[in-house]
Design a protein around this ligand. Structure first.
Ligand SMILES: [Zn+2]
Ligand SMILES: [Zn+2]
Length: 266
């Protein structure tokens, strides 16, 4: 199995948008011989090229909510997903599927919507079938904008991307049966944030997921976690803490450009 994650940005939030201290390009998820781009934030198209990935392979675009660190480069990666935009008669080639909220769609020009083969308006609780893979919208408690997390149920394994969220009653249950969780972990230790989780807050919820996760990837770090202004890079200490305090076999902290083999977790 060649399924893989490519971290096009381990940063989240407005400070990293501005400084690019950690990149904000989202994640490429390669599965079943296809490629999805999840949350292509600012610089996504730059990072794909920088990390020697191929934007024309992307067939699925997912934007979990209308925040710029998840949405900004969507139109650029849609255009970049084909070598030719149109034929000689200016008939635009239709390619790719976009899964996103109705709210995000109001910000996507018709010009780009028309380049896609399919658009699936999506929210928590929704289900979509993409080339035989079931995709479920998981719940988030984040901000006033509409949002969802994405859970992929494949034949051999299940992987979920939490998106930006706080913990809540039912957080753990929706990841029951998930093998690998990609968790947006904005802040370290007990440094709480109104719209995101910090390490100490999320640990009890990770421990309530049954059966225990095989793999955890933390990403989308905020400026408190690691930036020009943070007192240190807190990522290594958070990974250490998660290893000590959870039963998850394999825990990895995302870094810009990191390529993660799914089979290493299974
Ligand atoms: Zn974010
Ligand atoms: Zn957000």
């Amino acid at each position: 199995m060649n399924d893989e994650l490519v971290i096009l940005g381990s940063g989240g939030g407005r400070h990293h948008i501005r400084t690019q201290y950690r990149a904000t390009g989202g994640i490429l998820y390669k599965f079943n011989g296809t490629q999805a781009h999840i949350d292509p934030g600012p610089g996504a198209i730059v990072r794909i090229n920088q990390y020697k990935e191929d934007p024309t392979k992307t067939e699925l675009f997912i934007v979990t909510h209308m925040h710029i660190d998840h949405f900004n480069d969507l139109c650029a990666v849609i255009e970049a997903s084909r070598e030719q935009l149109h034929d000689r008669n200016y008939n635009y080639l239709k390619k790719g599927t976009l899964i996103t909220t109705k709210e995000v769609l109001t910000f996507v020009p018709k010009y780009h919507q028309n380049m896609l083969e399919m658009i699936i308006p999506f929210t928590r609780g929704d289900k979509a079938d993409f080339k035989g893979v079931e995709i479920l919208g998981t719940k988030v408690v984040h901000s006033k904008v509409e949002g969802f997390g994405a859970r992929f149920n494949l034949e051999d394994y299940s992987i979920a991307f939490s998106s930006d969220t706080k913990v809540f009653e039912g957080f753990s249950e929706q990841f029951s049966g998930v093998d690998i969780l990609v968790l947006n972990l904005l802040r370290p230790d007990s440094i709480q944030c109104r719209r995101h989780v910090c390490t100490d807050e999320v640990i009890p919820y990770l421990n309530k997921i049954t059966p225990p996760l095989k793999g955890l990837v933390t990403t989308h770090y905020g400026s408190y976690m690691d930036s020009y202004t943070s007192s240190s890079n807190f990522v290594p200490s958070q990974i250490e803490k998660l290893r000590k305090k959870t039963k998850i076999t394999n825990i990895l902290g995302a870094e810009d450009g990191l390529k993660i083999k799914i089979s290493d977790f299974l």
